[in-house]
Every structure is written in structure tokens, then in C-alpha cells.
Design a binder for this molecule. Structure first.
Ligand code: ARG
Length: 288
């Protein structure tokens, strides 16, 4: 598993070097902004291939930045009470769009679909707490990393499950996530075998399966894990001590979309440098 992280970091560094020469085409007048709500669209726009921007990149729909996501991953992306996508990824994407002079459009769909949408050129960026992995790098490009994800194990309080006997248990995951991919891998490859893993539509459904006893544990990224444990306080869930695997999150783009990659990376790095990025993270993650 460590190999995967090292590879991801090397890839991210390569990308950041490649991005150095690229301007963001940005106006830097919106520091601390990112408060305008995203536009939600159920349909994929863009019948045309989009117009070439003065900044040198092209988007699916002129003037818009389409972000495909799966808003089932708090605090990175989730729906608010009125069904509007919010979260760290949504706001960071909004700030990137603003810097590029574009309007963010959030396309919410299944996790696998969100990855496919960007690969197929139906969205400009995929942002969904997406782990950079070797397999995914074969199908899409990634920006510099913007967060570290740690996969953890949720169990019921008082259970006899440890990191070491997980292989004897039933594990719930969200379908298509690295939690599913790694856990369902063969024992030789560090997984537990497909027979021990169930992939659910969302992490929340996997957690419900844990509560109802369909599975013994859920493997999921640490921040959603904390959020689900808190949201189900009455069910008495807890996160096992220790890290199952550590990963890098990055924004996915269609392979070879180098102009937009340079622009998005430029904007992302400006947001990191001017504190906007951290401000967004702090809004959603309260230190304890
Ligand atoms: N980091 C994991 C992965 O890339 C899980 C991401 C799930 N994200 C989501 N929005 N449901 O596979």
C-alpha cells in the first residue's frame, strides 16, 4: 500500500513541475471569496465542444466549469438540507472557477460515473476526494495533490475486530472507491478477497449495513468515517486505532487536457498560497 502513496506523490510532483510554466489566466481579486453557491445542474450541458478561452483552455460548456462529483462524502461533498452540493471540494472548485473566470456547475452522480464523466470529456474536472492511484493515472490525469486521505476501519463499539483479523470478517465499502478496490484484492496483494467485501452505493449505506449487522466493519476515508460515526451516535460506532492505508487526493482531468490542467493547477496553487484553500478546509473541519 505504501508503494501506492509513493507513486502518487511522484506523479503529483511531476505534474506540479509541468504546471510551473502555466499561468492560471486568473484575476486574483477574489481572495477569501468562494461564498457564492454553486449552480446545480442535473443534465450534462455542452452540445458543442466549447469555445477556446482567451486564457488558452477549453471547457465542456463555454463560460462554465463542470465538476463531476458524488455528493456522498462529507465533509468533501454532500448535499445540504435543500439538496444543494456543499463541502470542501465544492468550494475549492468554486474558487478555482472564479479565478478562471468561469461559473462552477456541479454535476452530482455516482462515484464511478463521476470518474467516467471526466475521462469521457463530459465534465471538466472530477473532484470527489479522489485518490490518485496507478490504475486511475492510466485513465485520467491528476492535478497536484490537495489533501491526504487516510482509510480507516469503522466497527461497532466492543467488537473483537482488529486490523489483524479483518480478513476473517465481512467488510462494507463504497463501490468503486479505493477502499473497495484494495479490500477486495487478493490476499497475496494485501486484500481480503472479493468474498469478504460488499460494495454499497454510498458510504452512508455501507455504514447502515454495519449498524444492521450485514457487515462487521466499514473501510472508508477518515473524514467521512468521523462524520458517519458522529451522525450515528446512538448506534455506538467507533474507528479502529491505526491507519489502513494513506493516500493523496487530487482533481481529475481528462487525459491530455494540458491547457486546462495548467490553469486548474495554477489556480489551485494560488488558493493554497493565499490562504483561501485553508480557509475553506477550516470551515468544514473543526480542530479538536
Ligand atoms: N478516496 C476514495 C477513492 O478515491 C474514496 C472517494 C469517495 N468519494 C466520494 N465522493 N464518494 O476511491
Amino acid at each position: 500500500m505504501k508503494k501506492i502513496l509513493a507513486f502518487a506523490m511522484a506523479a503529483a510532483m511531476t505534474l506540479s513541475l509541468a504546471a510551473c510554466g502555466g499561468g492560471s489566466g486568473a484575476d486574483s481579486s477574489n481572495k477569501g471569496g468562494a461564498s457564492n453557491p454553486p449552480v446545480v445542474s442535473g443534465s450534462q450541458g455542452g452540445t458543442s465542444a466549447g469555445a477556446s478561452d482567451p486564457a488558452g483552455f477549453t471547457t465542456v460548456e463555454p463560460g462554465k466549469l463542470h465538476m463531476s462529483t458524488n455528493a456522498e462524502f462529507p465533509p468533501y461533498e454532500m448535499l445540504d438540507d435543500s439538496g444543494v452540493p456543499i463541502g470542501i471540494d465544492v468550494e475549492v472548485a468554486g474558487a478555482i472557477a472564479q479565478k478562471l473566470g468561469l461559473e462552477l456547475v456541479v454535476d452530482d452522480m455516482g462515484f464511478d460515473a463521476a470518474l467516467l464523466a471526466v475521462q469521457n470529456g463530459q465534465s471538466d474536472i472530477a473532484m470527489a476526494g479522489i485518490t490518485v492511484s496507478e490504475d486511475r493515472l492510466a485513465k485520467m490525469d491528476f492535478t497536484d495533490s490537495y489533501a491526504t486521505g487516510v482509510q480507516v476501519v469503522i466497527v461497532k463499539e466492543g467488537s473483537d475486530i482488529t486490523m489483524d483479523n479483518l480478513g476473517e470478517k465481512m467488510i462494507g465499502t463504497q463501490m468503486g472507491t479505493t477502499g473497495y478496490i484494495y479490500a477486495s484484492d487478493t490476499v497475496e496483494n494485501g486484500g481480503y478477497g472479493e468474498d469478504h467485501v460488499i460494495g454499497y452505493e454510498t458510504g452512508a449505506v455501507a455504514v447502515q449495513a454495519l449498524i444492521s449487522g450485514q457487515v462487521d466493519a466499514v473501510i472508508i476515508d477518515n473524514l467521512p468515517a468521523q462524520s458517519y460515526v458522529e451522525a450515528n451516535a446512538a448506534a455506538g460506532l467507533t474507528i479502529l486505532e491505526g491507519t489502513w492505508v494513506e493516500e493523496d487526493y487530487a482533481i481529475g482531468l481528462q487525459k491530455g487536457n494540458t491547457d486546462l490542467m495548467a490553469a486548474v493547477n495554477g489556480a489551485l496553487n494560488e488558493l493554497k498560497a493565499d490562504g483561501t484553500f485553508q480557509g475553506i478546509v477550516d470551515k468544514y473541519i473543526t480542530a479538536d
